[in-house]
Design a protein around this ligand. Structure first.
Ligand code: XMP
Length: 506
């Protein structure tokens, strides 16, 4: 296992992912984790990430010298390399010419991390400081025309530093360099495969839950679905899945959940048709936050009522991902929207949590889902908000308006999928505004709803760009929506990125 110490660099998460792509488990931990705790976890190697600070900046993050005395190989990247140099007695200073972007580097010693890579290569750099003299025992292994020490090594004591970013794809031989660290320096095995992840997860769940009973709220999304499948594999019939159909899902989604979990698997599924209950609660409500609050509370109430019927359940399964874990530990963002999930339930119902995906990134969850036999459509589903279509219908949520949006959205999804765009987009959906517009169809005047197309690209939903969908695809979508969806006479395209917009309209 590799521990990545996070010094706040924008690529820190990426380092952990690249290590996992090389089939070695890795975790991101705060840079100030006590050395004792690091030691107790018995890592095979430690990576110090980059960071936005200068090592000489006031209050800049430091590292305990003892970290280098654990006998565990350490790789410092960018800020991590400078910190290693400074801590072990080298010298760091501002460079004359700052390097940002792709640089040419020249390997001067290919006996360690640069083994089997060419003498001249391109690497991604982004720094204002650099190491000026190496600590005792180190040799310089690469240079650039303007920075004489772009990488160094003390192979005897397994300490390595690179000023560039091997985790970024723009670094030509980054993968080889990381692999040399993992497999040659740290002696790791590339054994972290989807099958092993499943075996491990199943074993841990069994250990934790034993012969107790667990319940899981299925939403139709990939996370709760994979979590449920894993827990089912571990404890079989002691798991009951509860699917609360709030009537705010997209076309055929409820049917798919019932089919995948109720009919095509041996999982015990409670399908609660709460559609009318939610509609009644939402009647006349137009404020987005109020909608979220009502849906969240009602969801908890329904779930609680139903799960009480499952005798002596003591665990609640949740599809918490590694990115949620990292974010809740580090993010201190202003609240823009209150996201709804099943938060609050475990305490209310006196349940312990089982979170089998806590260590996994979204793409890893998808791989596990495929391996567990989940249908491709579900595995690759774009993210969908908990409050569902209610926050894509501006104004009043009624059965009629839900039906219009569902049909328009189904056409949009169909065309996006057929054109091969579905996986290129973070999210794509239709929005129903609370206005009507005049049109002409045949010879008659119409006065009906416009529908807005929203399609964005993003890596993590924190920022997003509006997707440049080809005109001819937009034309097809527009024609089909107007022809096939009664109540709609106009289609508009949202060309706002985030920020300043948000992805959803409410
Ligand atoms: P925004 O609209 O804030 O959305 O740019 C960012 C991501 O979060 C999703 N989203 C929600 N998810 N409950 C959820 O579970 C919510 O209330 C909610 N609001 C937005 C949104 O779909 C996007 O992926």
């Amino acid at each position: 296992m590799i521990l990545v110490l996070d010094f706040g660099g924008q690529y820190a998460q990426l380092i952990a992912r690249r290590v996992r792509e090389a089939r070695v488990f890795s975790e991101l931990i705060p840079y100030d984790t006590p050395v004792e705790d690091i030691k107790a976890r018995e890592p095979d190697g430690i990576i110090l990430s980059g960071g936005p600070n200068s090592v000489y900046g006031e209050g800049s993050p430091r590292v305990d010298e003892e970290l280098f005395e654990l006998g565990v190989p350490v790789l410092g990247i960018c800020y991590g390399m400078q910190l290693m140099a400074l801590t072990l007695g080298g010298e760091v200073a501002a460079v004359q010419i700052r390097e940002y972007g792709r640089s040419d580097i020249f390997v001067t010693d290919d006996g360690g991390l640069f083994a089997d890579t060419p003498e001249e290569q391109k690497a991604w750099t982004s720094h204002g400081d650099a190491v000026m003299s190496v600590p005792e025992g180190f040799t310089v292994t690469a240079e650039t025309p303007s920075v004489p020490i772009i990488a160094f090594e003390d192979r005897e004591r397994h300490r390595y530093g690179v000023q560039f970013h091997p985790e970024v794809k723009n670094t030509e031989y980054g993968e080889d360099i990381l692999k040399n660290f993992l497999f040659e320096a740290c002696g790791c095995d590339p054994s972290w495969t989807p099958v092993n992840i499943i075996t491990d997860a199943v074993e841990k769940i069994r250990e934790k839950v034993g012969s107790s009973k667990a319940i899981c709220a299925l939403s139709g999304g990939v996370d709760s679905a994979v979590a449920a499948l894993l827990v089912h594999r571990a404890i079989g019939d002691n798991l009951t899945c509860v699917f609360v159909d709030h009537g705010l899902l997209r076309q055929n989604e409820a049917e798919q959940v019932v089919k995948t979990f109720g009919e095509e698997s041996e999982i015990k599924l409670l399908h609660i048709d709460a559609r009318q209950r939610f509609l009644d609660k939402l009647a006349g409500v137009t404020d987005p936050e109020e909608k979220r609050k009502i849906i969240g509370e009602e969801f908890i109430r329904v779930f609680e009522d139903e799960s009480k019927k499952i005798e002596d359940a003591s665990f609640l399964v949740q599809g918490t991902l590694y990115s949620d874990v990292i974010e809740s530990g580090t993010r201190d963002a202003a609240k823009i929207k209150s996201h709804h999930n099943v938060g609050g339930l475990p305490e209310r119902m006196d349940l312990d949590l089982v979170e089998p995906l806590r260590a996994l990134f979204k793409d890893e969850v998808r791989v596990v889902g495929s391996e567990l036999g989940m249908p491709e459509r579900m595995v690759w589903r774009q993210p969908f908000p908990g409050p569902g279509l209610a926050i894509r219908i501006i104004g009043d949520v009624t059965a009629e308006r839900l039906e219009i949006l569902r049909k328009a959205d189904a056409v949009l999804q169909d065309e996006i999928r057929s054109a091969g765009w579905y996986r290129k987009l973070w999210q794509s959906f239709a929005v129903l505004p609370a206005i009507s517009s005049v049109g002409v169809m045949g010879d008659a005047r119409t006065y009906a709803y416009p529908v807005v197309i929203r399609a964005v690209t993003s890596d993590d939903a924190m920022t997003a760009d509006w997707a440049r969908i080809p005109y001819d695809l937009l034309e097809k979508i527009s024609n089909r929506i107007i022809n096939e969806v009664p109540g709609v006479n106009r289609v508009a395209l949202d060309i706002t990125s985030k920020p300043p917009g948000t992805i959803e309209w409410e």
